[in-house]
Design a protein around this ligand. Structure first.
Ligand SMILES: O=C[C@H](O)[C@H](O)COP(=O)(O)O
Ligand SMILES: C=C(OP(=O)(O)O)C(=O)O
Length: 353
């Protein structure tokens, strides 16, 4: 008689599709692959200070409605083209949400938003959406939270983030060292920036990393290290977008012999979770840019079509284009923020020319 001592707290639901099987139904075309490689190179040049434009990662806190996501992407793609001389606009396309305690964990985990957890469908939806957004000429950014699902979408991502709750995690640093796109590390939720600098340093190294391969076989990889890791200041107990905080972060980067180039997140701890305050952060950052501050390589904004956020309530229709996770700026506010950033980025570019 077998006596089981493990798998006591799990129930097998169903098999997970493999990355290869999924890519066969939602393939990356050579044209799109080329476009993504070019977008990554553009972002890398900005992070390295060779391109003086401002990287702008902007979009919903999370994507929950494919139709609204593509609607938003169409609007943003037009602005990417309009502002291309001064801004490099990339859309936030976040499918995995790290929760403080519990809550909806994103479109991959629960695509029907109702606790039915059809992960295979979620993965397919995420891939289809990333392809549709990239088809509009708009590169995509995402948070890599789950250690398995990244293999299903990483080929479609031009910029990745490791979130505030996982920056200190060794396996996430290993994953970042393996990723083919540039990766930003958020400071901790309490505002600790040192862990993000440590993470950038760790991700630059080669690691032994275990992950499923495209066929779904558990594989031991040797990573080559990611030279394009960088810090994202997202605030904590207090905001950290002000010029003193940015100076301090740049000094710490210099001490660690890392490039003094970082991204400032207008949301989260920097907005103290009040989405409208992202506009105050934007104004402050624009002033810093106009003064010629070179340390700010990029910014992040949480934005959707409708301002604010809503709860998902069973049986009640959702407001179209409004976030179901963090509150976001609405489209008009986003347009104003991007116009302001374009002028400030141009002023900085002219000073540095
Ligand atoms: O960006 C999103 C949220 O801030 C993060 O997922 C935490 O959300 P929660 O505190 O609502 O769980
Ligand atoms: C969860 C996010 O941010 P943070 O990790 O900074 O809380 C996010 O950007 O969606």
């Amino acid at each position: 008689m077998s006596i089981f001592t493990d798998e006591l707290r799990t129930q097998r639901l169903c098999a997970l599709i493999t990355p290869k099987e999924l890519a066969e139904v939602t393939p990356l075309t050579p044209e799109l692959a080329q476009q993504i490689l070019v977008a990554r190179e553009e972002i890398e040049a900005i992070l390295a200070g060779q391109d003086q434009r401002l990287l702008v990662i902007v979009g919903p806190c999370s994507l929950h409605d494919p139709q609204a996501a593509v609607d938003y992407a169409r609007r943003l793609a037009a602005l990417r083209t309009q502002y291309r001389d001064d801004l490099c606009i990339v859309m936030r396309a976040y499918f995995e949400k790290p929760r403080t305690i519990v809550g909806w964990k994103g479109l991959i985990n629960d695509p029907h938003l109702d606790g039915s957890y059809n992960v295979n469908e979620g993965l397919q939806l995420a891939r289809k959406l990333l392809i549709a957004i990239n088809h509009l000429g708009l590169p995509t950014a995402t948070e890599f939270l789950d250690m398995v699902t990244g293999q299903y979408i990483a080929d479609l991502i031009s910029w990745g983030a490791i979130g505030a709750r996982t920056t200190e995690s060794q396996v996430h640093r290993e994953m970042a060292s393996a990723l083919s796109c540039p990766v930003g590390f958020k400071n901790g939720t309490d505002g600790n920036t040192r862990i993000a600098i440590d993470a950038v340093r760790a991700a630059r190294h080669s690691h032994i990393f275990t992950s499923p391969d495209k066929e779904g076989r558990m594989t031991i990889y040797r990573t080559s290290g990611n030279p394009y890791g960088h810090v994202i200041l997202r605030g904590g107990r207090r905001p950290n977008y002000d010029s003193v905080s940015i100076d301090e972060a740049c000094q710490a980067l210099a001490k660690a012999e890392l490039p003094q180039r970082l991204v400032v997140d207008f949301s989260h701890g920097n907005s103290q979770k009040d989405h409208r305050r992202q506009l105050d952060v934007a104004k402050d950052i624009c002033d810093q840019l106009k003064r010629g501050r070179t340390g700010i390589a990029g910014v992040m904004i949480e934005s959707f079509i409708e301002e604010g956020r809503q709860d998902v309530v069973a049986g009640c229709p959702l407001t179209y284009g409004q976030s179901i996770t963090d509150a976001c700026l609405g489209w008009e506010q986003t347009q104003s923020a991007l116009a302001m950033l374009q002028q400030a980025a141009r002023a900085r570019r002219e000073q540095l020319a």
